[in-house]
Design a protein around this ligand. Structure first.
Ligand code: GCU
Length: 617
């Protein structure tokens, strides 16, 4: 009997719980549910409740209710049942037919609740209480520069788990050379199974390799060598197809695409399939209006194809894991993926609850690796972004999280994304060094980039560097003449990106760069006359309108500026600037917005709410 599931993505009923009375009044008990309750709203799950009118900026508790029947009379043949959520933000509590199944903290990775009893073959009632309230001990915590879409915004399904099954399938591929690949497939066996496996070509029209295993229990391992393998790369995203079946019942136990590729680091270079790569990338928040985070599959395909057409070969899914469908598309279309958990800015790194924060972050990373470990497009795990890394307790937290990540997957790059020019000494513990810094936007001029790179790399000389964020805001349609290059004009954005990219292309120890960001996105923090509640550093607007810079990409993607050799000067300047930066960082706690500025967020939320109300009149 194979594992099967039914989708619960459907039209649910929902309602807010401003006064947090739902648990006390036991809204989760079927007899307390009144279909005619005037406060109930329709919501096509998966979908964030922030897409509902009047709830555009709601950060609070929201309940979701769903009634369904099971037309199966063989339920007792299954080992147990799983209620799967692909993503719900931030805290999710679930009841089935009045029984509490459990709760989950975290907004961006899948989770599930196992249960054996409480499922009726007739009427079933699910109650899900979600809240997207900002809290210091959450990840991310109070202040973050993206929109806090809340609720059940990814698919929900009910899975029937058979007694005999396989799980935790891991496909590892390693190259002896470009002409010979070693494949190792491992999995855990529950019960006792005789299996047959086969590897097919991309079109699944031809069996290339096959084998079987009689009466196995506990674990299974398939090892084979492929001569002249078709390697996966952004330019040639070849995918093989693996099928593992129960040879007795002749049922499929597991099937998936996989790619043969290898990622390595040697000195200051990154190698894909034994060839040095240079990543020309862009970041993306998981947001497209009016869908919020629940972006239709074909829109995600359009995004990836548009990025490739512009000349990008890599995508950073900022600052949290996106829906797995995006990673499937990246595998098929061919773009390298850099994934991240939202340990962002000022989380709760110290004090009595720091260990709770670490456990949440570690669970997020483990769930993310478990979900995406077999995707060839994913080449890196980042354990956080722009954290106050100079603080010893933060440095320890991040080093520990990187060790934890390597323990779960030692085949990919493990790092974190830093914003510190001179005072970050923790880069030495990451596989690659990173920097977010907006020369030409927040500070100074893009002309400083080359020298500053030679300064900041001093304490992390012997590893690849990735310029993980640079950019400039531009309101689509706002133009200024070249001389003035007014802030938020498309011309200013073009100048900053053009100059920076041609500089990065010429830096030998850089293994890549990532524009911040592909598409304008909603953020309470952005409230000036050009922003109006959006971060406008996108190279396309929130409506996918291409800004001026997009026309320039074909020219600048491969161009290199002539640079002065400032390597020695860079080291000298670092020696002078490091102590100053260190003292300054401790004297003036990182910029106010980083340290959980709740007051500012509330103020920004009020501005956003007022504007939305004015716009709706
Ligand atoms: C930071 C941060 C982003 C933010 C960006 C910006 O680097 O990583 O999340 O949106 O700067 O200032 O626009």
């Amino acid at each position: 009997m194979n594992s099967s599931s039914i989708s619960l993505s459907d039209n649910w009923k929902c309602k807010s719980d401003y006064d947090n009375v739902g648990i006390k009044e036991r809204w989760y008990i079927p007899k307390n549910y009144d279909q005619n309750d005037p406060n109930l709203l329709n919501l096509e799950i998966p979908m964030s409740f922030n897409t509902l009118s009047r709830f555009e900026v709601y950060e609070g508790i929201f309940w979701h209710f769903y009634e369904f029947e099971i037309n199966r009379d063989n339920l007792d043949e299954y080992d147990f049942f799983k209620l799967n959520f692909e993503g719900s933000n931030y805290n999710t509590k679930v009841w089935l037919n009045g029984f509490f199944l459990g709760e989950h903290d975290g907004g961006f990775t899948p989770f599930y609740f196992n249960f054996k009893d409480h499922l009726n073959t007739s009427q079933n009632f699910i109650a899900v209480r979600t809240d997207n309230i900002r809290k210091n001990n959450r990840i991310p915590s109070i202040s973050f520069d993206w929109f806090n879409w809340g609720g059940i915004y990814r698919d929900v399904s009910l899975e029937f788990v058979p007694r005999n099954r396989i799980k935790d399938i891991i496909i590892k591929t390693e190259l002896e050379s470009r002409r010979q690949a070693l494949i190792e497939i491992t999995f855990n066996v529950i019960g006792t199974l005789s299996i047959k496996w086969e590897i097919l070509n991309s079109q699944q029209t031809k069996t290339l390799f096959k084998g079987n295993m009689e009466e196995i229990s506990r674990e299974g391992r398939i090892s084979l060598t492929i001569n002249n393998p078709k390697l996966w790369s952004p330019n040639n995203p070849y995918l093989y197809y693996l099928k593992i079946s129960d040879s007795t019942a002749d049922e499929i136990l597991y099937e998936s695409n996989f790619g043969v590729r290898e990622i390595e680091i040697k000195g200051t270079s990154i190698y894909l399939n034994k060839k040095r790569i240079f990543m020309k990338g862009v970041s993306l928040h998981e947001e497209l209006l009016p869908y919020g985070r629940t972006i239709p599959y074909e829109e995600r395909v359009k995004d990836i194809r548009s990025m490739k057409k512009m000349g990008f070969n890599a995508l950073r899914t900022a600052h949290y894991s996106h829906d797995e469908s995006l990673i499937d598309i990246a595998d098929k279309e061919g773009i390298l993926i850099l994934e991240e958990v939202p340990v962002y800015w000022a989380c709760n790194f110290s004090g009595p609850k720091a260990n709770e924060t670490f456990k949440t972050a570690a669970k997020m990373m483990r769930n993310l690796i478990k979900r995406d470990i077999n995707h060839p497009s994913v080449i890196w795990w980042s354990v956080g972004n722009e954290i106050p890394i100079e603080r010893p307790w933060v440095s320890r937290f991040m080093k520990r999280l990187m060790q934890w990540t390597r323990m779960h997957d030692n085949t990919r790059i493990v790092t974190y994304v830093s914003m510190k020019l001179f005072s970050d000494l923790t880069r030495r513990y990451a596989d690659v060094a990173t920097i977010n810094f907006y020369f030409g936007w927040y500070i100074a001029s893009a002309r400083l980039v080359s020298l500053m790179l030679d300064v900041m790399r001093t304490p992390a000389f012997n590893k690849p560097w990735i310029y993980t964020e640079f950019g400039a805001g531009a309101k689509y349609g706002f133009h200024a003449d070249w001389e003035k290059q007014l802030k938020f004009s498309e011309e200013r954005q073009l100048h900053v990106l053009d100059y920076s990219i041609r500089t990065f292309n010429a830096k030998k120890y850089l293994a890549g760069w990532f524009i911040w960001i592909y598409r304008d996105f909603r953020s309470f923090l952005r409230q000036n006359v050009h922003q109006q509640g959006f971060n406008r550093k996108g190279i396309v607007s929130e409506k996918n309108e291409k800004k001026l810079i997009c026309k320039r990409f074909p020219q600048i993607m491969h161009e290199k500026r002539k640079l002065l050799n400032t390597k020695v000067l860079g080291i000298f300047l670092w020696i002078i600037l490091y102590p100053l930066a260190y003292i300054l960082t401790f004297l003036i706690l990182d910029a106010g917005f980083i340290f959980g500025d709740n007051v500012r967020i509330e103020k920004m939320k009020k501005i956003e709410k007022k504007r939305l109300l004015d716009n709706s009149k």
